[in-house]
Design a protein around this ligand. Sequence first.
Ligand SMILES: O=P(O)(O)OC[C@H]1O[C@H](O[C@H]2O[C@H](CO)[C@@H](O)[C@H](O)[C@H]2O)[C@H](O)[C@@H](O)[C@@H]1O
Ligand SMILES: O=c1ccn([C@@H]2O[C@H](COP(=O)(O)OP(=O)(O)O)[C@@H](O)[C@H]2O)c(=O)[nH]1
Length: 467
Amino acid sequence: MSRLIVISNRVSKPGKSGNQGGLAVALSQALRESRGIWFGWSGEVTDHFTGQIGFAEYDGVKTATIDLEEQDVDEYYNGYANRTLWPLFHFRIDLAEYERDFEGGYNRVNQRFADCASPLIEPEDVIWVQDYHLIPLGQMFRDRGLKNRMGFFLHIPWPPTRLLVSLPHHSKLVSSLFAYDVVGFHTEEWLESFRHYVEKEMGGTVKGDTVTLGDRTIEAVACPIGINAQAFAKAADSDAAQKMHRQVRASLQDRALIVGVDRLDYSKGLEERFNGYARFLKDHPEYHRQVVLAQIAPPSRGEVESYQQIRATLDALAGRINGEYSDVDWTPIRYVNQGYPRDQLAGIYRAARIGLVTPLRDGMNLVAKEYVAAQNPDDPGVLILSRFAGAATQLKEALLINPYSPEEMSDAINRALDMPLDKRKQRWRAMMDSVEKQDISWWREAFTSRLMNAQGKTGLSGKETVG
Ligand SMILES: O=P(O)(O)OC[C@H]1O[C@H](O[C@H]2O[C@H](CO)[C@@H](O)[C@H](O)[C@H]2O)[C@H](O)[C@@H](O)[C@@H]1O
Ligand SMILES: O=c1ccn([C@@H]2O[C@H](COP(=O)(O)OP(=O)(O)O)[C@@H](O)[C@H]2O)c(=O)[nH]1
């Protein structure tokens, strides 16, 4: 059995919840079941880069982390990752910034990852690199002579070719993906855009699941990430969840709760969500005092200007809507800038009649799946979901909407509030089946089994397993 080495930008401390992102939540689960190592940035910033590796074990997961220096964080994480690639890959070329220093810092930090992680890797290990922060890492490992089987998974959308070509040196970045053996995306749409770019921009060829560029043939697959559905459903019955459920219900005085849970990110469509809800209040005065929208939005990437702007916009918008519609004993929007541990979140999801998930573009969106998993099967709520979230390809029984249309959002809220129990149960059952079937273990196994059976550089073949 081969060891799995997962490499991602951030290594969270598994077992500690709070506001850790979806990828972190998913990987803790996957690594716990394997005997591997999770390598990445500690999240700490030092005066000078030391290259020293800190080893630890949290809740059964072995971690190896390095600190970064301030310039690294500015240019690599805040810069190229979150000011250049993130907006571009979420179709926001208006927000994408192209600075030579960002690209330099991104390559420098990827080299640092390669230098520090290489000595930990044994010949039979299988390497699985995660996300847009580390696209060129595989090529850098190859440059250091590593022949291991290597996979890469992109957790965010892949943009259409016409947008991607606005990135300086785009073909160099995309070429580096051909150092991997298997490259994964959440949906067919992102996969299709990747193939289109390789064929039209680079003259590569696509045959079945394989994509060839020059002398390199890789597998490129769509493989949607899931959640630990059973554990999440169980969490919704835990003491912490029940306590939170009671607390929330008591505060509502029989009003229906609509819940949103998102990092405070412009890609999550929070401004559009508030506007859609305001449109609902305008269109449906009969629901005044009968509903509350609780938006949980822990701040994210606060050093990046576009994130500061969306925060200011939402502060003002929530204030304006509440100012317009509130009464002395009713506030239509509860806007909360703090994160909650997942068992408490499960209780909040269960207390909500509607889960409102309206990203403008999202690789997957695990919150949508968590909302479904947390519902009471005897009285489930309704999921309203953006068509532009990766999750919409699986959760087809949600009320699917265009988040840019306040009218559609208003109609969907009205429809969800009026939906009879039998219809709610029907829709929920179908979604829960999907969430349970393609869960986090399914995702990991689907991807790693491709990787184990890929024609790796080691020449190893056959039916091996990881974890
Ligand atoms: O590490 P941060 O900068 O705080 O960001 C948190 C994570 O955000 C992104 O999540 C993506 O991955 C999810 C799991 O596949 C997916 O459901 C979601 O749609 C994506 O936005 C980011 O891609 C991760 O690397 C970050 O850890
Ligand atoms: O207060 C919070 C808010 C969010 N989350 C978790 O953060 C993840 C968000 O993942 P998603 O895929 O929805 O979006 P991302 O933030 O990764 O883009 C989900 O697992 C949430 O349960 C959390 O634990 N506490």
